[in-house]
Design a protein around this ligand. Sequence first.
Ligand code: 4EZ
Length: 228
Amino acid sequence: MKIAILGAMVEEITPLLSFFGNHHKVSYAGNDYYEAHYKGIDLVIAYSKIGKVNAALTASALLMHFGCEKLIFSGVAGAVSPELKIGDLVIASSLCQHDVDITAFGHPFGFIPESKHFIPSDERLNGVAKGVAQSKGIALKEGIIATGDQFIADSLKKEWIRKTFNADALEMEGASVAVVCDTLGVPFCVLRAISDAADMEAGFSFDEFLVSSAKVSAEFVIGMLDRL
Ligand SMILES: CCCCCCN(CO)Cc1c[nH]c2c(N)ncnc12
């Protein structure tokens, strides 16, 4: 089994690279891909750089060039649901693009013709995650994650995203990875730990909690590998 673990920022994969100490770096198409092995699983770990375009390129390379058969995204996100606090884990039930707008033609926000409005994650992978959460006694919220090429630091924008997409969390890569994996028929899941509340304090909060929240997500992903 060959599994991809993808982050957007180096901080999101650093905890993984130190856990899987013995890795081999392959540079390809503008990214560095770290190959490792864990309990009979071949792993390819990478970070895409921020945003949907970068994430689409790296996710495509992981599947089409490296032949990964599953993809797990690990990283941090802004909270939209008021239940979610810093460090809380959220796994996507489905993902959408909150910055897609062709409403001029009667389409709903986030909808592109011949595509899915909300892309569903793999139920089996999400089930594995729920099993890990249960056995570790960790709260894991399953909900809609909204993706867009903007760092949201404004309660009004955040509220619009919550109202428009019924989103529980937001970030800048998940839905893009979802489109690539769904299109290529590769099971995926998107796991994020909260780093901020996507409000006017979001920038400061993100800077303060990126490393610790990225570690929460990465450690949880490692726990998932033990149950795959
Ligand atoms: C140089 C700073 C780059 C921030 C990248 C943030 N990531 C994008 O995936 C996750 C994220 C955490 N909080 C967010 C927020 N409030 N809005 C958008 N994205 C996020």
